[in-house]
Design a protein. Structure first.
Length: 256
């Protein structure tokens, strides 16, 4: 069995609408904005999903993840950075119970971060019990960065903290994931559950995806990542669509 474990946003779908929507499909709509994929790439993903088990692995919480519709189902999906496993779109209760046990050490730090961000005007996006994901509109990037540094001081020992920049609604954000729920650990948990895997292919676009890239010889990422198949990072800033084409075309070659 082959699996393709992939990040979603900016890896196989794009959050900034193309200038010309002809040939693009909206596959997700949240308060944060819409996400798109080209019909050409969607057709390729359908082919990939027929040749391998495609498994989304995302920091999105269950509410945000459930807005995604590619027109075909995924048997498995790892959300909240892998703290929650969906099996045929239902929460795997045994997996969740194990995650809650793992998270006991991180819960006090989660509460500290949640209270700090909320008291400084940030609004939660996910209401997740595992992932901190907040954004704010009326704040400069410099102010946002100040709060990012404070959050690293408060919870950096237990959580990986990340910055999210502007999106189409002008929102800026901060998100943090529990270190024991990094995508590498979550992917290892899933592989153990699935049993024998012949080939594991992964793809992502950010530092939160790096741990899972280290779990396989078949990883796709940007040029600053530990991936085997790389796309120049400087081009990624302005040409996210090209990166998505690169990811999907590379995966199609690897599963064929």
């Amino acid at each position: 069995m082959k699996i393709f474990a992939t990040d979603l946003d900016s890896t196989i779908i794009v959050n900034k609408p193309p200038k010309n929507l002809d040939g693009y499909i909206c596959v997700s709509k949240t308060p944060r904005g819409k996400s798109y994929i080209s019909q050409t790439n969607l057709n390729k993903l359908i082919k990939i999903n027929n040749l391998a088990k495609m498994i989304p692995i995302t920091t999105r919480g269950i509410v945000s993840y459930n807005t995604i519709n590619f027109g075909f189902p995924f048997e498995f999906a790892l959300i909240d950075n892998g703290a929650i496993l969906l099996h045929n779109n239902e929460v795997d209760k045994d997996w969740l119970k194990e995650s809650q046990e793992i998270f006991k050490d991180g819960k006090p730090f989660f509460d500290i971060a949640y209270n700090y961000l909320e008291s400084n005007g940030f609004k939660t996006k996910t209401n997740s019990e595992f992932t901190i994901d907040f954004n704010i509109k009326d704040m400069t990037l410099e102010e946002r960065d100040y709060h990012y540094e404070k959050l690293v001081e408060l919870i950096g020992d237990k959580f990986d903290v990340f910055k999210a920049g502007y999106n189409e609604n002008g929102l800026k954000g901060i998100y943090a994931t529990y270190k024991n729920f990094n995508k590498g650990n979550s992917l290892k948990r899933l592989i153990k559950k699935l049993g024998k895997i012949d080939k594991v292919i992964v793809a992502g676009d950010s530092g939160s995806d790096w741990p899972m890239m280290k779990q396989t010889l078949y990883s796709i990422g940007l040029s600053d990542s530990p991936s085997q198949y790389q796309f120049e990072k400087e081009k990624f800033k302005n040409y996210t669509y090209d990166y998505i084409d690169f990811v999907i075309d590379t995966v199609l070659k690897l599963v064929s």
